[in-house]
Design a protein around this ligand. Structure first.
Ligand SMILES: Cc1cc2nc3c(=O)[nH]c(=O)nc-3n(C[C@H](O)[C@H](O)[C@H](O)COP(=O)(O)OP(=O)(O)OC[C@H]3O[C@@H](n4cnc5c(N)ncnc54)[C@H](O)[C@@H]3O)c2cc1C
Length: 352
């Protein structure tokens, strides 16, 4: 374990926030985690694990040890199908492997299941934390199990899908913050069935390939998803951001009916017979925030859900803007927005 001191975290978070870590280390194996744990116990300092940094807001310099997840091996199955279940394809990747690289490689190897989740930034190990999802697919649809290192006890163990309690942008890991995911096993399929319930995917596949979406290959779905995402979402390498800043709020049927009466154009999706999900981006857009700019922070001009930064913005500016939007939505729609990225100050996580 190679310990570094007073390290700039700007390259480690996609908002480009210019904060520092007292101590910093790359985690290359489980032994490094044990050593990092001993170090934090000895120093009695807090710790924070960072992956791709695309779902966190570092509002202050960190007064402890920041660990960068650098375990990045991937274990592809042998080319021969598994005897009992020839249609299945199991791949294991260490936490630090790049998510989108795994998606790309799985398709090249003839495995289907991840294509709708193309181009989501970040690492494999972070994918279960908020059960990443896009275009009608969530990680829970293909997760088999994860390997966990408990930073409190130093023990390693496996969790099966059911134990991860994956929900909408949620999992058991948000309630067990000492659990570090070290490896993820995914259950993919050799038989491709295109998932095109999101109308925009079907339209884009057809416009790009000229073929009906129902017969699209996994690669064609991936191409369509990438095309849509590039046209809608800012590239964090060019415009610093953390993707959607707020979760889509879930309301009960009475609230939903009142909102629809008052705002006939409101975008609503049924979750189950009692609950409905509102498009947070629509709410924010209605209040005129799209394209708003104040100093070095603002709202993306095409995507009301995405807060953007210029090179010099601070975590405080990001939080102040988020609070203003949250308050505006609460006053006008009676709906409480929840922040999607994780928020950290000098000692650890906090909530808005
Ligand atoms: C342009 C853009 C588009 C996005 N689109 C989507 C989308 O479509 N769908 C979606 O779901 N998300 C999306 N996101 C959010 C983000 O990419 C995902 O949440 C991603 O999984 C975060 O991965 P990361 O490695 O960057 O995590 P980080 O930002 O590094 O970490 C996020 C949190 O997870 C914790 N964490 C990270 N790795 C581990 C680990 N191995 N074990 C335990 N805890 C860990 C961190 O401590 C932190 O609390 C988008 C982000 C951007 C910038």
């Amino acid at each position: 374990m190679e310990l570094q001191f007073d390290v700039n975290l700007k390259p480690y978070n996609t908002l480009g926030l210019d904060v520092r870590a007292n101590y910093f280390v790359d985690i290359n194996n489980i032994e490094d985690l044990h050593l990092a744990r001993e170090f934090c116990q000895h120093k009695q300092c807090p710790w924070l694990l960072i992956g791709g940094g695309s779902n966190l807001v570092l509002t202050q310099s960190f007064d402890g040890l920041v660990m960068f997840m650098a375990m990045d091996q991937v274990f592809w199955p042998a080319e021969q199908p598994v005897a009992q279940r020839p249609e299945q394809f199991i791949v294991s990747a260490q936490a630090g492997y790049e998510w989108d690289l795994l998606v790309e490689e799985s398709i090249v190897r003839g495995a289907s299941g991840l294509e709708n989740l193309s181009l989501i930034p970040g690492q494999v190990g972070a994918a279960p934390i908020q059960n990443i999802g896009a275009y009608g697919v969530e990680l829970k649809h293909c997760l088999d199990s994860v390997q966990v290192f408990d930073f409190d006890t130093g023990e390693s163990f496996q969790l099966l899908l059911a134990d991860c309690h994956l929900g909408y942008r949620d999992s058991v890991f948000k309630r067990h913050q000492s659990w570090i995911i070290t490896q993820v096993k995914l259950l993919l399929s050799r038989e491709h069935k295109p998932k095109i319930s999101y109308g925009i995917i079907a339209d884009r596949v057809t416009s790009l390939s000229g073929q009906p979406a129902s017969s699209a290959s996994a690669q064609q779905i991936r191409d369509a998803v990438i095309h849509i995402r590039r046209s809608k979402l800012p590239d964090p390498n060019k415009i610093p951001n953390v993707g959607s800043f707020f979760k889509n709020p879930i309301v009960n049927i009475e609230q939903m009916q009142k909102l629809v009466e008052r705002w006939p154009g409101i975008v609503v999706y049924a979750v189950d017979e009692n609950n409905h999900k509102l498009a947070a981006g629509w709410l924010i857009d209605q209040l005129g925030w799209k394209g708003f700019r104040q100093g070095d922070v603002g709202i993306h001009e095409h995507q009301a859900l995405v807060l953007v930064c210029s090179g010099e913005c601070t975590g405080k500016e990001v939080l102040d803007l988020a609070k203003r939007i949250k308050a505006d939505v609460a006053v006008n729609f009676g709906v409480t927005l929840e922040v999607e990225p994780r928020l950290f100050d000098s000692r650890g996580e906090f909530y808005l």
